[in-house]
Each structure stands twice: as structure tokens, then as C-alpha cells.
Design a protein around this ligand. Structure first.
Ligand SMILES: [Zn+2]
Length: 270
């Protein structure tokens, strides 16, 4: 399949996740023989293995977590267990915010002992995993310690603006992104403002300011699912003049061409 990013889940809000109206497996990044699983939420293991062709967590070189919320970390332990060959080997790297290890840690201690590297994400941090290079430019506003990601590929920068309340700091943090993946949980700003999540008007501001070559909306809540995310994305494309698509479970971003292709074989919805 070459180098790609596959969306193993596109669910956002609590009820979309608990009812699995969309899957919540995070994304799988494969680049030059190195694989990284980002945000392995509930069902990530099953989604990866049932993907076509299968994505085997035993082959992962690393796992990264944007923040500790359950919809992002639900399958973290089992994915790390797979990466460490059932905790029989010291293998693989884990990238997490500090607070994922505090209070009630989201990763079991016995698994940490089997990691080649445990890396703490910080604002302005830069990381490498084999040929993969990425940065966490900004600490987001999301209640718990949360970071977004910028991945640097030969064809361009792919950024994940993960869960956050809107702040103008996002503009400079994600400037220069060629592909902008935006966690767009809410339809309107007035929908559950207490949730500290981006809405469609916030996504529009980001797209207009950053002007990526491609924008991908994901991490949908109930209100936006009801309004058909692909139609929301089409209207954003027209208004902003930037190609914008709504991710569906199984969507693949080809890292050679930085274009998307439908991988709907096992997808749900969308
Ligand atoms: Zn969250």
C-alpha cells in the first residue's frame, strides 16, 4: 500500500463512541516501513486487524496519544501489549502527555517495562521514530493535557488538530500544513460549548487562515453526524476554496500524492 495514513475511526463524542455509530480506532501511519498508531481508542485492535489488508499491531514501532480521554486511549494497553509481542520483549516506543501517567495512569506499569522508549510530549516538542518525524507545537485547551501533531513527510506536512477549544494560537501552531486533519466534533459553536471541542465554524476559520492543500474533518459528534458530514465538508470546500473532505472509517490518505482514497471495505457510515 506504500506510505499512508488510515483512519481506523472517526467517532468523536461520547454517544457516537459508546454506540459505535462511527468506529474509534484512531489512525494508523505507515511510512517507509515504520508504523505508528495514533490514539488507539475503543476497538482499535479489532479495527486494525480486520482492516483490508490487515494492519498488525505486532509490527508497530510506536504508539502516540494526544490525550488521556477514553475515546483516544481505550485500547492503548492492548495495542502496546501487541507491540511488545505480548510483553515478552522490549520493543517499541510510546509517546504520551505527562498526565497520562499520573493519577490513574492510562498505561499499565508492567507494559511500560517492555517499552524501548517512553517519551513525554511537551509543547514545542520534536520527536523521531525511525524515518518518521513529528512535532507537538501547542498544548491544546481541552481540560486534560492534550497535544496536536505535525508530521513531516517528503511530500508535505500533515497536521492533526486534535481535541481542543478554539484559540487563535492554533493558526500559528499549524501554519504551513499541507493536509489539515481537524477534529470537528460540534456543528455549531452554540452546541455544548462546555465540551471544549472545535465546531464547523472553527474549522472554517482554521482552513481560511492556514489554507492547506487538503482539509479532512473527523472525530464527529452526534449533531454533525445528523447533518451528513460529507455535505458539511462540501459546503466548506465551496466557501473556502480549499478541498475539504469528511473522513469515514477506513479512509486512506496516500502520503505519496497527499490525496485521499476510499477504503470502505470494512467501514461504518459516512
Ligand atoms: Zn478529548
Amino acid at each position: 500500500m506504500g506510505d499512508f495514513i488510515k483512519f481506523l475511526g472517526t467517532a468523536g463524542a461520547r454517544f457516537v463512541v459508546t454506540r459505535q455509530l462511527r468506529a474509534s480506532g484512531g489512525v494508523w501511519i505507515a511510512f517507509q516501513g515504520t508504523a505508528l498508531h495514533l490514539d488507539p481508542g475503543p476497538g482499535a485492535l479489532v479495527r486494525a486487524l480486520s482492516s483490508k489488508p490487515p494492519l498488525d499491531p505486532a509490527t508497530l514501532s510506536g504508539v502516540a496519544l494526544s490525550h488521556r480521554h477514553l475515546d483516544h486511549s481505550g485500547d492503548l494497553n492492548i495495542i502496546v501489549e501487541a507491540m511488545t509481542q505480548g510483553a515478552t520483549r522490549v520493543r517499541g516506543h510510546l509517546f504520551v502527555p505527562q498526565d497520562a501517567l499520573e493519577g490513574e495512569p492510562v498505561i499499565f506499569r508492567y507494559l511500560r517495562e517492555h517499552l524501548e522508549g517512553l517519551h513525554i510530549l511537551v509543547e514545542g516538542g520534536e520527536y523521531t521514530l525511525g524515518p518518521l518525524r513529528f512535532a507537538t507545537p501547542l498544548r491544546h485547551v481541552h481540560g486534560v493535557e492534550t497535544y496536536g501533531f505535525k508530521f513531516f513527510f517528503p511530500q508535505g506536512v500533515v497536521a492533526f488538530v486534535t481535541d481542543t477549544q478554539f484559540t487563535e494560537k492554533l493558526f500559528s501552531a499549524y501554519a504551513g500544513s499541507d493536509v489539515l486533519v481537524i477534529h470537528t466534533l460540534r456543528l455549531e459553536r452554540s452546541d455544548h460549548p462546555d465540551l471544549l471541542h472545535l465546531s464547523v465554524p472553527d474549522a472554517e476559520l482554521l482552513i481560511r487562515e492556514i489554507r492547506p492543500r487538503l482539509a479532512i474533518l473527523t472525530h464527529f459528534g452526534m449533531t454533525i453526524l445528523r447533518k451528513k458530514p460529507w455535505e458539511v465538508a462540501e459546503r466548506l470546500s465551496e466557501r473556502c476554496g480549499v478541498p475539504t473532505v469528511a473522513a469515514h472509517d477506513g479512509l486512506v490518505l496516500d502520503l505519496g500524492s497527499l490525496s485521499v482514497r476510499s477504503g470502505k471495505a470494512q467501514g461504518t457510515g459516512g
